[in-house]
Design a protein around this ligand. Sequence first.
Ligand SMILES: Cc1ncc(COP(=O)(O)O)c(C=O)c1O
Length: 518
Amino acid sequence: MDRSQGRVTRLAPEEAGEPATVSGHRGLMLEEPLIFEQGEIGRCGVDLPAPPPVANRLGGLERRQPIGLPGLSEPQVVRHYTRLSQRNYGIDSGLFPLGSCTMKHNPRLNERMARLPGFGDIHPLQPVSTVQGALALIHALAHWLKQLTGMPAVALSPAAGAHGELAGIMTIRAALTARGDARRKVLVPESAHGTNPATAASCGYAVESIPATPQGRVDLAALEAKLGPDVAAIMITNPNTCGLFEPEMIEIAAAIHAAGAFLYCDGANFNAIVGRVRPADLGIDVMHINLHKTFSTPHGGGGPGSGPIVLSAALAPYAPLPKVVADGGAFRVIEHRTGEAAQAFGRLKAFHGQMGMFVRALSYMMSHGADGLRQVSSDAVLNANYLLAALKDVLTPAFDGPCMHEALFDDGFLKDTGVSTLDFAKALIDEGFHPMTMYFPLVVHGALLMEPTETESRQSLDQFIAVVRALAQRAKSGDAAHFHAAPRLTPRRRLDETAAARKPVLRWKPSEPLKAAE
Ligand SMILES: Cc1ncc(COP(=O)(O)O)c(C=O)c1O
């Protein structure tokens, strides 16, 4: 079988010292050709009725050649996607310690709620009178977010964390424009998530970087030195991407406000402080929250994100629409920039946002209750510190002292071993663990950022710790070859990541024309 592009990169069985198989499969791990390599042109897997005889109204624009898509039967399609799904590693498969991503368990109760017909089967263009229950849910979620953050307003439509950043910075820009004070700069600490400077730049601001202190926190003196009449905002992540709490937030807020600028907080790491710290008390003007992190809605390939923003009273009038309001026992939707919403900067999405995520997040909040959410952040911090404490003698912690929700190490422990952070991560895959985040944050050399989240048990943390310790000892013992060859046991072996990034093959091209069905 020609597998020219779905290439097998693992060692041939003979090379690996294993018996060859006739099929090329190994045990129940099946080699999977691309769907194009399995299909035949002109084949149809379903029985469709003949089209009714209607006049052709395409005016000569009808397709003249076959489209070239593979035709497969239903069982072939089901098997193809089932096999691919079995290759996917997700939070339902095992520990996913990807720092800064909060890959926590997605409770099945939330899934059940999201599928209730009153939420799952409605349409955003239905008359408002027929979706009062859904609007009540949106309103309740907004209420919980305001309670948990202490902020008076919320805009729910942003579809991800980075989209929330965009909403926040556009809100700030609208507020500045309204007071006739166009400013040009946004300050961003050097440990920031890449989306922060990208957001500011895409809104047309010049981005200026603030250095970190040797303790991994924002350097307040350096920040103050940058403040001036041209600064629109600062974008700070708290807890920051080094997994540390910024203890000088109140001083930072005071300095920013004295300069007439706004304090944007990247609240992607709210998981570490939910129920314990109210961002409003820190002087924050606007903050996004990743529902797909803190509030356990599926993250990454598992589903769409949701990144609502919470806002201070000063910024609330400029926030994006639509907005659900309770009015005398019923709910209505403010959609247009008129009357009470005349100052809103506009819309980011056609409708309210990710309804399915709203249902899941509210379900998570209500099933935990206020005390349960407080426990969430305590356990997230406890688990990260458990990892840090258990690994600090074999790895090199990036900073002294305890961490918040994620433990950060540098590559000092790999010095002179010939093993890089990347090699170390690949070796973890052979051991059955998704690697931690690598080389981020940039302020730490060869960073390894591990975020266990509160949903890992002590048993799974202990397994992970045992593996990381053993690998660290192996690297130090001089067995670099083991790491350079990893991963060995995966369907695909190590790919050339530079070539993949610089010369990506984005389109499958047949080595020979697809066969026509017989
Ligand atoms: C600190 C931080 N900010 C922003 C984002 C962006 O969020 P999203 O991926 O939902 O756009 C992330 C993503 O994980 C993050 O960790």
